[in-house]
Design a protein around this ligand. Structure first.
Ligand SMILES: Cc1cc2nc3c(=O)[nH]c(=O)nc-3n(C[C@H](O)[C@H](O)[C@H](O)COP(=O)(O)OP(=O)(O)OC[C@H]3O[C@@H](n4cnc5c(N)ncnc54)[C@H](O)[C@@H]3O)c2cc1C
Length: 395
């Protein structure tokens, strides 16, 4: 006789142990929305979790984390960015956006440490979700290790290749940008640590973020046309190639880069990703809601992916809070619809703008490049650079 599956019940279940999943669990617990024993976290990264990247957090999100939610950021945990410079091929000068603060740069591991979660009474499972179904009252999750979970609402932060998005048939558009993203560190003695730079070259876009006041390390996020890699194949040395590109571009500004072995795996190892855009119009289905990269995947050129995810967490928390106050079922479609509406404008804006910037620089001809440089020179003269500043700062 077939054995009936035994389900453990939790009011809320968060899937995903990346930055978004961890922040969501931490915010739910911090806000005392539900008791820890009614919350379940499916976190495959619970044991091993090392992310050597850094993130640019826009100033609005950083302030809300620090002052509204009282996350403790030590002064040495972050670098304040006062200037963002956008560089282009054949420029006379970079486009410079100056503010008291555009935002901060924080190591991803520091963020994880700060989004601290008290494990007391919290139910954590470390096995992958492989199946799901729902009825009128619950969503059911089956994990690879045989655990079965029943829950009122699944908050799903399982990333760019979200399994649950596919299992629940949430529709999305996916587009391969045919760039490879390489993240790593270089040494530069004369790089100003209050400045973040984005450089647009012919086959590459390079984001440069200083990481600390105490060393001269600069994090690079290098988006490279995948055709270049296909042609060079084996003996392609990423560090040598990027140093060559950057030094020939920045010689006129007396900024030099070199690759030094620091003997710390965090800084010596490269992280390599494919690059695609995923657009989810309606990030929910019956008793499941998407947040983070599962709900929107964008090109990292403006450093906005996790910023969007932080805002997802804030807005979803608002909706859950309201539902709890009125004693509503947390999986009610009405609540998920409200979350989707709150996120729509900003998600669409950032996805559209980052993809447009990507293609503007990818498709450029000699004449288009001249126009881009003329446009940014004039933008430099005028005080109004509002549009780009809004993109960097958040709302
Ligand atoms: C090089 C680079 C630099 C970036 N820089 C910035 C920046 O400066 N600022 C910024 O705002 N954003 C930046 N981003 C974007 C940002 O890093 C991402 O948006 C963010 O990390 C997404 O986190 P996430 O938790 O949503 O997804 P992920 O980190 O992908 O986490 C997904 C989680 O789900 C788990 N999972 C997957 N499938 C299952 C399953 N079936 N069952 C259970 N669990 C599952 C995984 O194990 C993982 O823990 C950058 C991105 C890149 C690539």
């Amino acid at each position: 006789m077939k054995k009936l599956a035994q389900y453990k019940f939790y009011t809320l279940t968060v899937v995903g142990g990346g930055l978004t999943g961890q922040l969501m669990v931490s915010l739910i617990l911090k806000s005392n929305l539900i008791d820890a024993d009614k919350l379940c976290w499916i976190n495959l990264n619970a044991k091993k979790s090392k992310d050597s990247r850094v993130s640019f957090l826009n100033i609005n999100n950083f302030f809300r984390l620090k002052y509204n939610f009282k996350y403790q950021f030590d002064i040495n945990d972050y670098l304040n960015i006062k200037k963002i410079q956008i560089h282009n091929k054949n420029e006379k000068a970079p486009l410079s956006l100056e503010e008291d603060s555009h935002g901060v740069i924080v190591k991803n591991n520091t963020l994880k440490k700060n989004f601290k979660i008290s494990k007391k009474n919290l139910n954590i499972f470390t096995s992958r979700v492989i199946k799901t179904k729902h009825d009128q009252y619950n969503r059911y999750l089956s994990l690879e290790d045989g655990t079965n979970i029943k829950t009122s609402l699944v908050i799903c932060a399982d990333g760019n290749s979200s399994t649950l998005r596919d299992l629940t048939k949430i529709k999305y558009a996916s587009h391969n940008l045919n760039h490879t993203i390489i993240s790593g560190y270089l040494y530069s003695k004369n790089f100003d640590n209050a400045v973040a730079k984005q450089v647009f070259l012919d086959d590459s876009y390079i984001g440069l973020l200083p990481i600390s006041k105490n060393n001269n390390l600069v994090n690079f996020v290098w988006s490279l046309d995948s055709k270049v890699l296909k042609n060079k194949k084996s003996n392609f040395n990423f560090h040598d190639e990027i140093v060559k590109k950057l030094n020939s571009f920045f010689i006129k500004y007396n900024i030099y880069f070199e690759h030094r072995n620091t003997n710390k795996t965090d800084f010596d190892k490269l992280q390599i990703y494919s690059s695609n855009v995923k657009f989810v119009n309606k990030p929910f289905s019956e008793r499941i809601v998407l947040i983070g990269d599962a709900a929107h995947t964008i090109h990292p050129l403006a450093g906005q992916g996790f910023n969007l995810s932080i805002e997802d967490c804030f807005d979803l928390l608002k909706c859950i809070n309201k539902a709890t106050y009125y004693g509503k079922d947390l999986g009610d479609n009405f609540i998920l619809e409200e979350y989707s509406k709150l996120r729509r404008k900003r998600k669409n804006f950032i996805t559209l703008i980052t993809t447009l910037i990507f293609y503007l620089f990818k498709k450029r001809s000699k004449n288009l490049n001249k126009v881009i440089n003329l446009f940014s020179e004039n933008l430099n003269k005028k005080a109004s650079k509002k549009f780009l500043t809004i993109l960097a700062r958040g709302y």
